[in-house]
Design a protein around this ligand. Structure first.
Ligand code: UGA
Length: 456
């Protein structure tokens, strides 16, 4: 009987420990891509998550079961966690902080006019955290912040926190828009920069499902973690600029860029990913992070020549697209109607920040062209920056009576266009495919004057 009693007691202790191990109270400050995905995934791992944001409309939208951004699978996950009662949304940052043991900072760090990252939101939340630190907490930055920002955040919190103890961590996020959930749940690695073993262990607990999947975790100091994030994005962006330059070379010498990229990528030291030529990189990360790194290096008296060249090559890529279109139109573009397919900076997102499409449309408008545009999800965002172009409800509607079609985003639906119908709808059979999604031979067979990137 006594023996039985001890077994039950041990079982109770084990179950209680299991609960404290598995369940943490987490506040996520900022409900952009990173904050929403991290919040929903950590809630799905079994933690209690409060996502807080100062923008009331965003929180109202989320509380109504809607998602302010387009991201495949996110709505379903958020609603599942809300139903399970472990994901909440609030505009009350103080409440979220006071009721959590782990605070994830996931506010935006947009690019300021001088190329520096704008840290006003970071500083603001650091102050709110400092003023509301009611007991020991772990404060972890997930936003991409310039190298050295961790030190600043720590100082701000320390100065306001009345000597209450806290640990600070940098845990940069590597998810991509459009495949954010998969990237969060199956990352190539997790980087944790901190100076406290205790904090590292606690963070490991909330990442337990990824540790169980044997995802590599790298433990570094804070400034090294911050640098890994910037160096990774800059390297990937440089890979894109590199392949775009090789594509231009391929055109001149008659090589096939797809096969060149494939042949290079088969070397495991190079790898097949991020070798797709296109209209140049865009989005809210690569252009901003490259500028921020170059700016930081300049301030330290360093000239990052490779990164600088990669940015210049990227700007050149926009010009290249314009020149190709001009060439197809025999350099007569004034009053020509161009059917633009794709506005988002890449497929599977409604994000148009630094989108090649937006830059190119602006240049075309300056040259006197008229624009019909279609994108499956990014038209509402585009209307805010380009109110005066003609938005269409389908790809086919966007190409009616146009003088040329310009494909700028690699949406799958553009790959399956019926070229016979396309030929009947347009005024001039011209297609410029800046994402290499159409087969050039087939397109030419249907009588189109055709060009893409990297093929003679
Ligand atoms: C990028 C990184 O890939 C993520 O790891 C990182 O977490 C994220 O930035 C961030 O810092 O938040 P994202 O901006 O969502 O993710 O987009 P990517 O898929 O990386 O594409 C960036 C740009 O490069 C796009 O304009 C895309 O069209 C272009 N690209 C990408 C190419 O032109 N060719 C390629 O082969 C790959």
């Amino acid at each position: 009987m006594k023996h039985f009693f001890y077994v039950i007691l041990l079982l109770i202790i084990f179950i209680t420990n299991l609960n404290t191990l598995a369940q943490k109270n987490i506040a996520v400050l900022g409900t952009g891509y990173v904050g929403l995905i991290a919040g929903a995934c950590f809630a799905d791992f079994g933690n209690n998550v409060i996502c807080a944001d100062i923008i009331k409309e965003k929180i109202d939208t989320l509380n109504n079961g809607e998602i302010p951004i387009y991201e495949p699978g996110l709505k379903e996950l958020v609603n599942k966690c809300i139903k399970n009662n472990n994901l909440k949304f609030t505009i009350d940052l103080e409440y979220a902080i006071k009721n959590s043991e782990i605070i994830l900072i996931a506010v935006g760090t947009p690019m300021a006019d001088n190329g520096q990252a704008d840290l006003s939101a970071i500083k603001q939340v650091a102050e709110i955290i400092g003023k509301n630190l009611n007991n020991y907490k772990i404060i972890c930055t997930k936003s991409t912040v310039p190298i050295g920002t961790g030190k600043l955040i720590k100082e701000i919190i320390k100065n306001l926190s009345n000597n209450i103890n806290f640990d600070y961590l940098s845990n940069p996020e590597f998810l991509r828009e459009g495949s954010a959930l998969k990237d969060f749940l199956e990352p190539d690695r997790v980087i944790i920069g901190c100076e406290s073993i205790h904090a590292y262990n606690i963070i490991n607990e909330i990442y337990e499902p990824l540790i169980n999947k044997k995802i590599p975790f790298l433990f570094t100091d804070v400034v090294t973690a911050e640098t890994i994030k910037y160096a990774s994005n800059s390297f990937l962006a440089t890979k894109v600029s590199f392949i775009n330059e090789i594509a231009e070379l391929c055109e001149k010498i008659g090589a096939n860029i797809e096969l060149v990229a494939k042949g290079m990528g088969l070397d495991s030291r190079i790898g097949t990913k991020f070798l797709k030529p296109g209209p140049g990189f865009g989005g809210s990360c690569f252009p901003k992070d490259m500028q921020a790194l170059i700016f930081l290096a300049n301030n330290l008296g360093l000239n990052l020549k490779v990164l600088q060249a990669s940015v210049e090559a990227n700007e050149h890529q926009r010009e290249l697209i314009i020149n190709k279109l001009l060439n197809l139109l025999n350099y007569k573009i004034k009053n020509k109607k161009i059917g633009i397919l794709g506005l988002a900076f890449k497929a599977n997102t409604d994000d148009i920040r630094c989108s090649p499409s937006i830059d190119i449309i602006k240049k075309l408008l300056n040259l006197g062209a008229k624009i019909n545009a279609y994108d499956p999800v990014a038209m509402n965002n585009t209307r805010k920056v380009l109110p005066n172009i003609n938005y269409c409800q389908s790809a086919y509607e966007a190409i009616v009576n146009v003088d040329a079609i310009l494909i700028l985003t690699e949406w799958p639906e553009f790959m399956n266009l019926d070229l016979k119908i396309v030929g009947e709808l347009v005024s001039n059979k011209i297609i410029l495919d800046s994402r290499n999604i159409l087969d050039s031979n087939t397109t030419r067979k249907f009588g189109f004057k055709f060009d893409n990137i990297g093929n003679a």
